[in-house]
Write a protein that binds this ligand. Sequence first.
Ligand code: PHE
Length: 472
Amino acid sequence: MTTQREEFGSRIGFILAAAGSAVGIGNLVGFPVKAAQNGGGAFLLIYALFVFFICMPVMYAEMALGRHTRKDPLGAYNKISGRDGKWRIAGILSIITPFMIAVFYTVITVWIFGYLVQALMGNLDKLAEPETFGSFLTDNSLFGYMVGVALIVMAILAGGVKGGIERAAKVMMPALLVMLIGMVIYVLTLDNAMAGVRYYLIPDFSKISVKVISDALSQAFFSLSLGMGILITYGSYLSKKDNIPSSAKFVAITDTFVAFSAGLMILPAIFSIYPDTVGAELSGSSITMIFSFLPKIFLAMQVSIGYFGASIVAVIFFLLVFFAAITSLVSIIEVPVASVMDEKGYSRKKSLQVMVIALGVFSVLATMSFGMVDWLTNFVEYSGKDQSFFQVIYDVFYDTILPLNGLLVCLFVMFRWKKANLNKALAEGNEGYEGSWLEKYVDVALSTFVPVILVVIFSLTVMRIFFDYNPF
Ligand code: PHE
């Protein structure tokens, strides 16, 4: 007996859910930091070209694959390849990858939740102290925050596709956009804000190198939630009437708009407090930026708006990032949940319970790898130093396997499923697609330069991370 597959209730519901997945910590913090460090407007331009010319065809392919098979990623690979052994590995990677990325994303979401709660409790002054983040990383309160995040994610996913994922996205995404736009407007009124805008937008093409280009592509790829099986899974909840190319375009535009706006929020805020900021001060990672630098900036705003006002700004910021993180986390956890449901025939509730327990165990281990437990902190050695359990997950799954999964999707869709089938699937719900220029472009892109570029990125990353070798 087959039960009816769950579906999104509306086109806008799907777009918001997919955009909710795409808009995440990567957009709000990762993107502005990278853009500011790597040539401002020049980076932005390259990034936007990558989103629309390279990532979008992969988005189409993932969504079409999901909708056509109406399966989780492993099921999708199995169904089309007839369980051909060669593609098994792609299927398995497409489940392990989201699981492991969910682990590292959970750890960061838990930190954000902790900072949100602390800012709400009026402890901004404490958050702004330089030692706070370091001691927070080994504080037992993290496990309490983790339970909080787990309960929120479970409450959403237990509601299913329409009553959970879509409903949460319909509340959180508009709220996120309103908070973001409000913050941008406020920040732009601050003294010296324009210096930040200039720093962010004026292109400096001399900073563009092979490494910057490859970083921009990885960022775009990650930001659009590609290579994680998410869009295959969300695509499997689409009806044949939905127009995939047009929905994907909306998702990409929203994602890029949020990333761009996040820069307009963060850089002017920094410059208004430190008018003489130069690149060097922005050189830390995005993590240092959110947890150490920004609380200091918010606290400094008390001179003009008082401690209460500064706390409100901090609360809005962390709430904004938290919403972005939760909708992404939900999307990535849905992948293994859907896989267990589809492959093992478990109910949603049972599958969710199994997954939350498994994820909980790994996330606790990853959380403890920041100094709480020695063997997890110095988990393995490569690239000349000891790496933590968290770092290994990040390096292996986020940095290395993501482009590989993207490559496998392209090859699978074009050479196993075949382009005629892809085109037919994309034309469902979009009559003008067949024979269009877009169709021709997508066919050429996915069978030639997109896979080549992904191979190059994958190889460069492996050399850089595991062999400490950078040819450029
Ligand atoms: N697109 C998300 C971001 O930019 C990345 C992500 C999505 C991570 C889903 C995990 C799960 O942050």
